[in-house]
Design a protein around this ligand. Structure first.
Ligand SMILES: [Cu+2]
Length: 328
């Protein structure tokens, strides 16, 4: 509006330039979208490994992790969380992509209640989202986490990716009610996308991530924690670029291993040089050897895959885009 007001003060000779400024201003505004994102807190069992092991999870929309939310820098998100009456616990939502008052917006709502808030995704990147209801350590450990990708408005600010994946690391505690074990860091497994060795083809039921040799594979990586740091490394490769918090402005080159702390995220590009297998691991080996290995298999006939590929565990996996709440 300030631009328009200043225009009226310009002379006729300056009108043309003023019109151009107004036009580009309006065009930028018109591109920004508003997304209605609705999620439901679902307390339910999920399958966490290829043996069919079930876990009494607390989730967004019934899956661990919750759905991937994907918007563009400058977009508005109108978010609603429903905590159905049949749940036993309060739940909340905290989007790391938002810059809004925590007390008002991230407060827990009891079963039978809903909460709504609105924010503008002003900074591009990949961000963590999670439940913040107390004890937060337990709500995250039990599965209430996910990723929001805020694509940069300027898509030319970084190389175009040929293939994209989302990987979310989190700790698994066998006894979902043992909050003390969570405080004591006594985790039993380390998961990528809610599964132990979920993308390890040599483990029963394990899947894989596909790529073609020469492709630029972009991994949006989130560390849900709740406690452990990830030391993310591609075995047999080097990260071509790492972008802290997934922001194209935060670019590192030729990185072997990059640490992502709990509650943080980064975007990793790897260009696989030749056909073969490239395990993506946390090089904190107690985590890798307890489940945090995702094997990127490069072969010329690699098929397209969703952001979070399915594995044959009879468990639904969230897909790209904004997934609507499940039907009740
Ligand atoms: Cu919760």
């Amino acid at each position: 509006m300030k631009i328009r007001r200043s225009c009226s003060l310009l002379t006729l000779a300056g009108f043309g330039a003023c019109f151009l400024v107004s036009l580009s201003f309006d065009a930028t505004e018109a591109r920004a979208k508003t997304h209605e994102v609705a999620m439901t807190a679902v307390e339910t069992d999920v399958v966490i490994d290829g043996s069919g092991e079930r876990y009494a999870a607390w989730t967004f929309n019934g899956t661990m992790p919750g759905p991937v939310v994907r918007v563009t820098e400058g977009d508005t998100i109108k978010f609603t969380l429903t905590n159905p009456a049949e749940n036993k616990n309060p739940h909340a939502m905290d989007f790391h992509a938002a810059e809004i008052d925590f007390l008002k917006n991230y407060r827990a709502v009891n079963a039978g209640e809903t909460i709504s808030f609105t924010f503008v995704a002003k900074k591009p990147g990949v961000f963590f989202y999670h439940c913040g209801a107390p004890p937060m350590i337990q709500h995250i450990a039990r599965g209430m986490f996910g990723a929001i990708i805020v694509d940069p408005k300027n898509a030319k600010g970084w190389p175009k990716a040929d293939r994209e994946y989302v990987l979310i690391q989190s700790e698994h505690f066998k006894n979902p009610g043992d909050v003390q074990a969570m405080f004591d860091r006594k985790y039993d497994g380390m998961m990528f996308n809610g599964g132990i060795f979920k993308y390890h083809p040599f483990v029963t039921g394990g899947g894989k991530l596909d790529a073609k040799p020469g492709e630029r594979v972009r991994v949006y990586f989130v560390n849900a924690g709740p406690n452990e740091f990830s030391s993310f490394h591609p075995i047999g490769e080097i990260w071509d670029n790492v972008y802290e918090s997934g922001n194209p402005a935060n670019k590192l080159s030729g990185v072997q291993t990059y640490v992502v702390g709990p509650g943080s995220a980064a975007t990793f590009d790897v260009v696989v040089e030749s056909a073969g297998a490239y395990p993506l691991v946390t090089h904190s080996l107690t985590g890798a050897l307890r489940g945090a290995i995702a094997v990127l298999v490069a072969s010329p006939d690699a098929k397209p895959q969703p952001l979070m590929p399915m594995v044959p565990w009879k468990v639904t996996t969230p897909q790209t885009g904004i997934t609507p709440a499940p039907e009740q």
